[in-house]
Write a protein that binds this ligand. Sequence first.
Ligand code: GLC
Length: 474
Amino acid sequence: MTSDDAERSDHTTKRVLFATAELTPLARVGGLAEAAGGLVRSLQAEGVPITVVMPDYSGLELTNERSVDLDVPAWAGPMRARRGAIEDLHDVILVDRPGIARPHPYVEPSTGEGWPDNDWRFMCFSAGVAALTELLNPDVLHLNDWHSAASLGFLATPPPTVLTIHTLGYQGMCDAAWLNRIPHNPWHFAWYDGCNPLLGAIRSADKVIAVSPTYATEIVEEAGGMGLHDDLRRRGDDLVGIRNGIDTNVWNPQTDEHLAVNYGPDGIEDGKRVARQALCEEFGCSVENDVVLGVVSRLVDQKGVDLIAGLGPYLEGMKAKLVLLGSGQAELVEMIEDMAATYPDRVSAVTDRYDEPLAHRIFAGSDLFLMPSRFEPCGLAQMQAMAYGTSPVVTPVGGLVDTVTDVDRHRSTGTGFVAETNDLAGFVDAVHRGLRTTRIAARRRLIQRRAMEHDWSWQGPARAHIDVYQSVLA
Ligand code: GLC
């Protein structure tokens, strides 16, 4: 054991309270669920005593359950915490408060509109996290995104605290009246004429983690800081970037039960041929001539859906078929459906659901995976694609830059195609470059294998988190 390991294992005895609004598979909307689920399981495997606290949206059942009433302000109560184990998670606390439970964590499912009382719901959750912190006295409090950020305003003397920013796209901005209900340092939460929970935690936490090194540099600039760049810049070295991993037990073509055949780096050519053929049969493309471009994405502004739609006119000339799985904002769903109607032979889209088995088949069966995000704090799908030996074509932003190495700029290490510019011209050019390389079998095989053999697991990132815990404890 090196001295580094010794220090680390020493700190595995420190107790972490980890607050999140989503965690796969208990409550899943987007990347937050996957990232929180992957990190917590990996920290658990590293021996860190970690307790997850999340809202109970649906009356989940725990084993070995015990419960306690939480001491929260009158407007947030009555509130109960139920603690126990669920699935492979040893220690989970569900915060129960009438009104927090809903059929979807954030939006009315039929309209996609946010619940009108989300500010109150997550202020309640934050007050609950604060009450639990006082009760359990953890060594480290780890908050994720805005949903639990206000807990720091309800704690007179918070323990060492880490805040992870999965996205600045949602800050929980709400009415200034909330400032009157925040007893400690309310000015940290004051933002123009309102109350900004995420900003409050950015100002109060001991360390702030951005979910990739590049995102950590982007958010201190006006262009990427979504209004909070000055405050983020002021944090100096207390703002760090650690990229996410992926759950390599779930995203593993060697064991994936959703694939027609399993394959590893040695059998990549045969494995992907079978997966590709199956995908072509499912979506009707010509196996010999077409290149299959895959997309698995939430259809929200961040994901560059307009750039995907912009590819429409080029597909015929590229002899490419686009296979898309995505759901989300109504106007973007419509944009993709229009594209599919305009180019019926070239585009097949499933837009009414998230279908996990189909996602696995798209990652495996595509020749190239498209992810032209306008901004991307980390991004998981590009890593999932690479784990299946599929080269991503991405825009030059955030975690995409940290995880995809451009094949044409780095011949001996490249894994995918990074657009020169974050616009349609740059993206179309990168897709073209991807197509050219994909059609050269020997070169393609080499790149696919390289992408697949990279360690995308959570182990390294989890250890980097332990180092951050250690630094706030010092
Ligand atoms: C958010 C970000 C995404 C990131 C994920 C997990 O969904 O948009 O880039 O990968 O959180 O951290």
